[in-house]
Design a protein around this ligand. Structure first.
Ligand SMILES: [Mg+2]
Length: 388
């Protein structure tokens, strides 16, 4: 289905956040960044003394945090939390913030958005998915992903077996190529051996994805994609350089299997081009890198209008797996499986989910906001990160 830019713009511009039941302003008194060891928290407080917490992406925040404390947090002070959605645009314009467009800005915007969403959840009793269009599912089928490169195919197979044994997942993703490597493999011949070997090992029922992390030019990507087609793979992620959208489209046009991408796209126009031109078949905004749930849902909704699927990219650290689960709970067009990394060291609990994968499924918490409690001792020990 081909849609015009105007049609896609209308889809993207439709409101995402639904807090109509909040009739009184919810004025933000402070938005603070806290640090405990290698983890970060964001704490939002209202003028009435209510507070909420969120867990940002620690791996990126450790470098990007001055943008949060100098530019993002001060903007929200005195603002009405109910206006979060239009405020995202104002924040982008404010103080020339748009000049920082990219991961460093958006990861900080996402950190603020997550905390304000949790605050709105506490006030409405709604979980994140119900704030953002309505929960459609609470059981999310997951895939496990290997981050390895450079190991032998045999070593990789035993690692993948371990991932499946831990979770009962019905889908796997692993890495091919050499990562931004101009066609070089991480080990000569690894990709050509691994693609058939993973299928042979896990059988026809396992859903398989492979990610080249921008490794290939068009001819090499098509050759690897054909091998994946021959073995019934379900998508090929980032076959070409992530920002070379024309090459990515050339590969998607040539292959029968879907091409996935978008983890390093930071522009709504970039995504719109990808969707309108079908440069990818599956869009993968990263909830942190792309600036939060609301912006990512605009992308997912454009993709849905064009008949494409969405599975969010999951960056490491923080509570990425929980963020992905909440996002997928309200997605109109989820792919069959979504990434799960449960390796957080932030101490949390939930009354409505074990937060673990059981038989390949993770349950989305149903409590207000993110539906979790962060260990109060961990919060008390965290230090406020000051403006510099
Ligand atoms: Mg990837």
């Amino acid at each position: 289905m081909t849609l015009s830019d105007e049609q896609l713009k209308r889809v993207a511009d439709a409101p995402v956040l639904d807090v109509d039941e909040l009739t009184a302003p919810l004025k933000i008194a402070s938005l603070e960044l806290l640090r405990n060891g290698r983890n970060f928290l964001v704490r939002v407080r209202t003028t009435r003394g209510e507070e909420a917490l969120a867990v940002p992406n620690a791996m990126r925040m450790v470098d990007a945090y001055p943008i949060f404390v100098n530019r993002v947090a001060p903007f929200f002070v005195g603002k009405d939390a109910r206006q979060l959605e239009p405020l995202l645009w104002e924040l982008y314009r404010h103080n020339d913030n748009y000049k920082y467009q990219g991961l460093a800005l958006w990861v900080c915007v996402a950190a603020a958005e997550f905390a304000i969403l949790d605050l709105l959840g506490q006030h409405t009793g709604k979980s994140v998915g119900d704030l953002l269009g309505g929960v459609k599912r609470r059981e999310i089928p997951v895939y496990r992903a290997s981050g390895n490169r450079g190991n032998t195919p045999e070593a990789e197979i035993s690692y993948l077996k371990q991932l499946i044994a831990e979770t009962g997942a019905k889908a796997l993703k692993f890495r091919v190529g050499g990562r931004m490597s101009k066609n070089a493999d991480s080990l000569p011949g690894r990709t050509e051996q691994l693609v058939p070997l993973v299928r042979e090992t896990f059988g026809p029922e396992m859903t398989l994805y492979a990610d080249s992390n921008s490794s290939y030019d068009v001819p090499q990507a098509i050759a690897v994609g054909r091998l994946m087609e021959d073995h019934g793979y379900a998508f090929f992620e980032e076959p070409c350089r992530f920002d070379h959208l024309e090459e990515t489209k050339a590969v998607a046009d040539a292959l029968r299997i879907p091409v996935a991408g978008g983890e390093q796209e930071f522009s709504e126009y970039g995504f719109r081009w990808m969707i309108r031109n079908r440069a990818v078949d599956v869009v993968q905004p990263d909830l942190h890198y792309y600036g939060g749930f609301i912006r990512s849902l605009r992308v997912a909704r454009m993709a849905h209008a064009a008949g494409l699927l969405c599975t969010p990219h999951m960056s490491g650290s923080g509570l990425g797996y929980l963020d992905v689960a909440h996002f997928v709970s309200c997605l109109p067009n989820p792919a069959a499986f979504h990434e799960f990394k449960g390796d957080t060291d932030v101490p949390i609990r939930s009354d409505t989910s074990t937060l673990k994968v059981e038989h390949g499924i993770v349950r989305v918490p149903s409590g207000p906001g993110f539906g979790i409690t962060i260990d109060p001792a961990f919060v008390r020990e965290a230090q406020v990160v000051r403006k510099i």
